[in-house]
Design a protein around this ligand. Structure first.
Ligand code: UDP
Ligand code: MG
Length: 314
């Protein structure tokens, strides 16, 4: 019988763990799907790990992986993929904003054997503030253009075949943007739309600032376009410099020296700031390269519960 791995990254979700475990297990048992449920504790500061431990004792199909500290959701997802034993795996949020019933729909599509990747696409973005919605839209517009994949309503809620999992886990890069990477690798894929639910317990882990950082880091990990912007700005300023230079020379020869202290100040300040921003952009790429070069692991696991239970139980 085929095995489905359900991967759930967890960060400070103590209240949601028992709910998620119960809801997901119930649905999959009812549908007669052989499953394993992996909770990856991404360095939670609350009682999430004891909650996961309890679920692991209650149900041998539940597996627990504990990180040494918070490594971020992308790392947690990759740890889940690396530890998953299933013939296919689905990734979903612990807050049940990704409707668990959709797992069954995705699984049935995968079972037909026509697709290796079943992507969950948001039919709406749920309740978000205006600023959040606007920034998310802008970010996805940019990233869709860069990757040439329409990602406007993309989510991490996806079902992947074993082939896809093996390709993804073999990727050596550390700064990964899962949503884009899973489309970038290709494979036959199809989409399933879902409505984002309200979060039942706890709060979103994303502040606006952390989203901005996340957006920038993902753009950088997929494209060198920001560096090209530096070149374009440089070219623009060269043209401006040429025009102004010719103008001042003409004024000098006709004896009408430029009385333009204000112009000088504006140009100096503008150039200074543009140069600093440009250096910042280049520095960011270098720092990312440095991070990759160090080849540190994406995450560090300190404890695993119910490891390899599912294969031997078969
Ligand atoms: N998460 C994680 N590590 C983090 C932040 C979040 O594993 O550093 C998990 C979190 O527990 C949840 C999922 O990622 O299962 C989505 O997080 P959240 O609901 O905060 O994001 P949002 O739905 O607001 O985008
Ligand atoms: Mg959420």
């Amino acid at each position: 019988m085929k095995l489905l791995s359900v991967i759930v990254p967890v960060y400070n979700e103590e209240k949601m763990i028992p709910k998620a475990a119960a809801v997901i297990s119930d649905i999959l048992v009812k549908e007669n799907i052989n499953y394993e449920l992996l909770f990856i504790n991404d360095g939670s500061k609350d009682m999430s790990w004891p909650a996961i431990t309890e679920e692991c004792h209650k149900n041998p199909k539940v597996k627990g992986i504990c990180f040494s500290r918070n490594f971020g959701k992308e790392s947690a997802m990759f740890a889940g993929l690396e530890c998953a034993e299933g013939d296919c795996a689905v990734i979903m949020d612990c807050d049940l904003q990704h409707p668990p019933e959709k797992i069954v729909e995705m699984y049935r599509i995968w079972q037909e054997g026509k697709y290796d990747l079943v992507e969950g696409v948001k039919s709406d973005r749920g309740q978000e503030s205006f600023l959040h919605r606007f920034c998310a839209k802008a970010f996805y517009k940019i990233i869709s253009r860069i990757t040439k994949i329409n990602m406007e309503n993309a989510s991490d809620f996806k079902l992947m075949d074993r082939k896809v999992i093996d390709v993804l886990t073999a990727m050596p890069e550390r700064n990964v943007f899962f949503r884009a990477l899973s489309s970038w690798i290709g494979f036959k894929s199809t989409q399933v739309t879902f409505e984002v639910r309200e979060r039942e317990e706890g709060v979103s882990k994303w502040s606006t600032w952390s989203l901005v950082k996340y957006a920038f880091s993902n753009i950088v990990s997929f494209s060198a376009a920001p560096m090209q912007i530096v070149t374009i700005l440089g070219a623009g300023f060269f043209i401006l410099a040429a025009i102004l230079g010719v103008q001042s020379l003409i004024y000098k020869f006709i004896g009408k020296a430029l009385a333009g202290f204000t112009t000088v100040i504006i140009i100096v300040l503008l150039l200074g700031s543009i140069m600093m921003i440009s250096m910042g952009i280049i520095g960011y790429y270098i720092s990312k390269m440095y991070e990759e070069l160090k080849e540190r692991p994406k995450y560090i696991i300190v404890q695993k519960l119910n490891e390899n239970r599912n294969r031997t139980a078969e």
